[in-house]
Design a protein around this ligand. Structure first.
Ligand code: SF4
Length: 414
C-alpha cells in the first residue's frame, strides 16, 4: 500500500462493525478483544502486525475508535528544546550516524555555559522542557551530568529537565562507582525531573547484539527504568523499528513495557520511532533493507494503541522521523500526542531524516486542527499548561490526561 493511498483508505466511510465483520476471522477476534478492553496476547500482536489490505484498514479504524473512547479528541504537544550536548561517543551503535570519535573534525561538546545559552533560548521561545541527551563521551568528568543539572536548575528553576537515557545513566553510575538507585537519587536532587526511555531500541539481547553489542542490555535497561520509577522519576518509553527486528520482537518489547507499567505506573507515554537508515553503518553494510514509509508506521501505531490499552494511554507520533503529513495521518490510527517543537534535533538529521529540526507550536496546532482534532499544549508529564487550555473538546474539560499521565501526582509503588 502506497503512502499516497493512505488518506483514501482512512476515509472509507463504512462503520467499524462492518469493517471488522469483513476481516479474517482471527483478525476480527483480536480486534473484538481489544474493543472489549481485554489484554491482547502475544499471538494477537503478531497477527495484527501482519495485517494488510482490508484487515489493516479494520485494525487502523479500531485503533482510532479506541483512542477516541479512551482519550477523546484532544491531541497534545509540548514546547520543548532538544540539547544534544556532545556527539562524542565510543559505543559504536550500528544504527547511529550522530556519534563521532573525539578527534573527528565534526566532534563537538558543549560546555556548561553553552548549554545554559541553549536553555535561555528555550525559555525565550516559551519552552517548558529541555530534553538533554548526548553521546557517551569517555573524557567526561564523572559528575558532569550532575553538574549540568545543578547549573541549569540554579539559573532556570522552573525549567523541566528531561535528560539522560538509561545508557547515559549506566555510564554515569559506572564512572562514579555508585549503584543506580543512589546515582538517580543524586541526579534527582540536582534537578533531574524525568528520564527519556530511549536506548531501548528493541528490548531483545540478540537483536541488540546486532545493533550495538556495547549498548546497555535488556536487564540493565529494565533495572534502571524501574529504579527511576520507584524513586519517583517518570520516564517515557520508546521502540525503534524498521531495521533487523521481526514482528515477534516488537510484540515482546511492547509486552515488556506493558508489564513494567502495570508494576510501576511510571511511563508517561510510548513513542515508536522509525529507524532512519541513510547514513548508518547498518545500511552501508547491507544489513537492512529500507521499507517505504506508510502502512508499516501506521500499523505499528495502531497495534501499540491496542496492545497498551489500559496500561499506557499516550501514544506519541514522530514528525521528525515520518515528516509532518504522515504524522498528521497517524492521528487517525491511534496516536494522541504530537511530540515536541524540539528546536534542535541532530540525531535523526545525522542519520538522514529530512523533516527539519524545529516545528513551531503554531504549525503543530495547525496540523492537529487540519486532522480534525483539538490541540492542547502539555507539560512533560501530561499536565495542562496554564493559559493554553483546549477549546471545544467534547468532555467539557478539554482532554483526558491518560492512565500513564501524572497530572494528578505520581502513581508509583513507593
Ligand atoms: S546511539 Fe548513542 S550510544 Fe549509540 S553510538 Fe549513537 S550516541 Fe553513542
Amino acid at each position: 500500500m502506497l503512502r499516497e493511498h493512505l488518506p483514501d483508505l482512512l476515509s472509507d466511510s463504512r462503520p467499524l462493525e462492518a469493517l471488522i465483520a469483513a476481516a479474517q476471522l482471527d483478525v476480527a477476534a483480536s480486534l473484538e478483544r481489544a474493543l472489549a478492553a481485554r489484554e491482547l496476547t502475544f499471538e494477537d500482536g503478531v497477527r495484527l502486525l501482519h495485517t494488510e489490505g482490508h484487515d489493516l484498514l479494520a485494525l487502523l479504524r479500531t485503533a482510532d475508535f479506541v483512542r477516541a473512547v479512551d482519550i477523546g479528541p484532544v491531541v497534545t504537544y509540548i514546547v520543548n528544546r532538544n540539547i544534544n550536548f556532545t556527539n562524542v561517543c565510543f559505543v559504536g551503535c550500528q544504527f547511529c550516524a550522530f556519534a563521532h570519535h573525539r578527534n573527528d573534525a565534526e566532534a563537538h561538546t558543549d560546555d556548561i555555559a553553552q548549554v545554559l545559552d541553549k536553555v535561555q533560548e528555550a525559555v525565550d521561545r516559551g519552552a517548558t522542557e529541555v530534553c538533554m541527551q548526548g553521546g557517551i563521551n569517555p573524557e567526561m568528568d564523572a559528575f558532569h551530568y550532575r553538574d549540568l543539572l545543578r547549573a541549569i536548575k540554579s539559573r532556570f528553576p522552573a525549567m523541566h529537565i528531561h535528560a539522560f537515557s538509561p545508557m547515559e545513566i549506566m555510564y554515569g553510575a559506572r564512572r562514579t562507582g555508585m549503584n543506580y538507585g543512589d546515582y538517580i537519587c543524586m541526579l534527582k536532587d540536582a534537578g533531574l525531573d524525568t528520564i527519556p526511555g530511549t536506548a531501548a531500541e528493541i528490548l531483545d539481547d540478540e537483536v541488540r547484539e546486532i545493533l550495538s553489542h556495547k549498548k546497555v542490555d535488556v536487564r540493565t535497561w529494565v533495572e534502571i527504568i524501574t529504579t527511576a520509577h520507584r524513586l519517583g522519576v517518570p520516564t517515557t518509553s520508546t521502540l525503534m523499528y524498521g531495521h533487523v527486528e521481526k514482528p515477534e520482537h516488537i510484540v515482546r518489547h511492547i509486552e515488556l513495557l506493558r508489564s513494567i507499567q502495570r508494576d510501576t505506573g511510571g511511563f508517561t507515554e510510548f513513542v515508536p520511532l522509525r529507524f532512519i537508515h541513510t547514513y548508518t553503518t547498518l545500511y552501508r553494510k547491507g544489513l537492512v533493507t529500507p521499507t517505504p514509509q506508510g502502512h508499516i508506521d501506521l500499523r505499528l501505531y495502531a497495534v501499540s494503541r491496542l496492545m497498551l490499552r489500559g496500561a499506557i494511554d499516550n501514544i506519541q507520533t514522530s514528525w521528525v522521523k515520518l515528516g509532518t503529513e504522515l504524522a498528521k495521518l497517524s492521528l487517525h490510527t491511534g496516536c494522541n500526542d504530537f511530540g515536541g517543537t524540539l528546536m534542535e534535533e541532530q540525531i535523526s538529521k545525522s542519520a538522514g531524516a529530512d523533516a527539519g529540526e524545529y516545528l513551531p507550536a503554531e504549525r503543530i496546532r495547525a496540523l492537529i486542527e487540519a486532522a480534525g482534532r483539538i490541540p492542547q499544549q502539555r507539560t512533560t508529564t501530561y499536565g495542562k499548561v496554564s493559559g493554553h487550555e483546549a477549546h471545544g473538546a467534547s468532555d467539557g474539560t478539554g482532554w483526558r490526561s491518560g492512565r500513564g499521565a501524572l497530572s494528578t501526582g505520581p502513581q508509583f509503588a513507593s
